[in-house]
Design a protein. Structure first.
Length: 295
């Protein structure tokens, strides 16, 4: 596989030195995307513009991929854990599209020597995180491409009502980073979600489906696929990324669920991919993509 790596939170005063090591950090099969994080009064805090830069550059790769050359490319964000609140808000913008790894590191400004030493520690930490991400994404890709009609990992985060789905998928990032057996870590998360939301067996001739806490049926499409593909008509970059990647792993962008409830037309409150909840009605079902796009 190839990988697009975003590196966030690198202080401006050491950025050039880190950038000079970009090839050793992300390797021959990785693309390096980053910008320096500028500070005031030596206080590191993430800004919206910093996340916008990375989202815009991630989306640019996909927008320029007119022939699906990125079908075997993972997307990763490695970010330094700075001030707690801004770091949480920053990382949340990349979920669930991007495989996110937070690293603990601080710049020691005591002297020129300590700055250089802590810079070297950061480079090593970025390299380690990148190497682990390269091992984590392939088993994720295998799960959500070879088992896309059966895996719970592609269920839409906002519209599939569940107490477990978002938490389990989010936690899978850290679990995968730490796990020695990464394929087994994916399997265990899938099994836990299947325990909470087992696939239902319908009448003969129909595919099995998931059902959420409000009894909405999420029926996988089989081979009949026609979901959200490109960010047009006012969609932000997060919609495009979430319509192509789940925790950094690529999946079929035409994949969607046929959603219905009971035997008549469905009429329920649903989120849009970037919109608040509104009443939606299908005849008899609605199409909902993994990025929560509804039509």
């Amino acid at each position: 596989m190839r990988f697009v790596f975003g590196y966030a939170g690198i202080p401006a005063e050491i950025y050039d030195a880190v950038y000079a090591e970009r090839n050793s950090i992300c390797g021959d099969n990785g693309s390096f995307v980053s910008e320096p994080l500028c500070t005031r009064d030596w206080y590191f805090r993430y800004t919206e513009s910093h996340s916008n830069f990375l989202l815009r550059n991630f989306a640019r790769f996909i927008k320029q991929d007119n022939h699906n050359y990125l079908e075997d490319t993972g997307f990763v964000l490695v970010y330094i854990k700075h001030e707690t609140e801004s770091t949480a808000v920053f990382a949340r913008r990349f979920f669930p599209s991007t495989f996110c790894i937070g690293i603990d590191w601080e710049l020691d400004r005591t002297s020129g020597m300590t700055v250089r030493r802590s810079k070297n520690v950061l480079i090593q930490a970025l390299r380690l995180a990148s190497d682990e991400a390269k091992k984590a994404i392939p088993p994720l890709k295998k799960e959500i491409t070879e088992r896309d009609n059966r895996t719970p990992l592609l269920l839409p985060i906002k519209n599939f009502h569940s107490k477990q789905l978002a938490a389990e998928i989010s936690a899978l990032q850290e679990v995968l980073f730490d796990a020695e057996d990464k394929p087994q870590a994916v399997i265990l998360t899938v099994r836990e979600l299947e325990r909470c939301h087992p696939m239902q067996t319908p009448d003969r001739g129909h595919r099995r489906f998931f059902i959420d806490d409000r009894k909405v049926q999420f029926r996988p499409p089989g081979t009949n696929r026609h979901a959200f593909a490109r960010a047009e008509g006012g969609h932000p970059e997060t919609c495009l990324l979430s319509g192509r990647r789940r925790l950094g792993a690529p999946f079929d962008h035409a994949f969607h669920y046929d959603c219905q409830k009971g035997t008549g037309n469905i009429r329920e409150l649903f989120y849009g991919c970037h919109e608040g909840r509104s009443m939606r009605e299908g005849n008899p079902h609605l199409n909902i993509a993994p990025n929560d796009n509804v039509r």
